[in-house]
Design a protein around this ligand. Structure first.
Ligand SMILES: Nc1ncnc2c1ncn2[C@@H]1O[C@H](COP(=O)(O)OP(=O)(O)O)[C@@H](O)[C@H]1O
Ligand SMILES: [Mg+2]
Length: 98
């Protein structure tokens, strides 16, 4: 099992002039000790991808699809259950990366 598994991650911003899809169906997985660099032009969605993974998006941004599993735990479901921004299993990781 990978340490981090992201499948079909999709994030939208609901703006006055309509929705903007900032992260569109992104999938990747990382094993322990692996490092992934995300490269792209300014505004292409690198930061929003990272914020989406860690449940750190602020309105009007919202993750609208996909799954994020950290050590097998569904972080989006964990957040819904606990109401916390970072799931318990990832909290130390989140505090290091904020
Ligand atoms: N606070 C925001 N309000 C509206 N749209 C946003 C906001 N933050 C990001 N976006 C949208 O998400 C896109 C990706 O932004 P971002 O992930 O910050 O890009 P970068 O690759 O430079 O880190 C932007 O081009 C913009 O369309
Ligand atoms: Mg950025």
């Amino acid at each position: 099992m990978a340490l981090l598994e992201v499948n079909g991650l999709t994030t939208r911003f609901e703006l006055e002039h309509g929705p903007v899809t900032a992260v569109d169906n992104v999938s990747f997985s990382l094993d322990a000790g692996e490092i992934l660099g995300i490269v792209g032009e300014s505004g292409s969605g690198k930061s929003v991808t990272a914020f989406s993974l860690m449940n750190l998006l602020d309105a009007p941004g919202r993750v609208t699809g996909g799954t994020v599993r950290f050590k097998g735990q569904d972080l989006r479901a964990a957040r819904r259950a606990s109401g916390r921004r970072c799931a318990a299993t990832a909290s130390r990781w989140c505090s290091r990366t904020r």
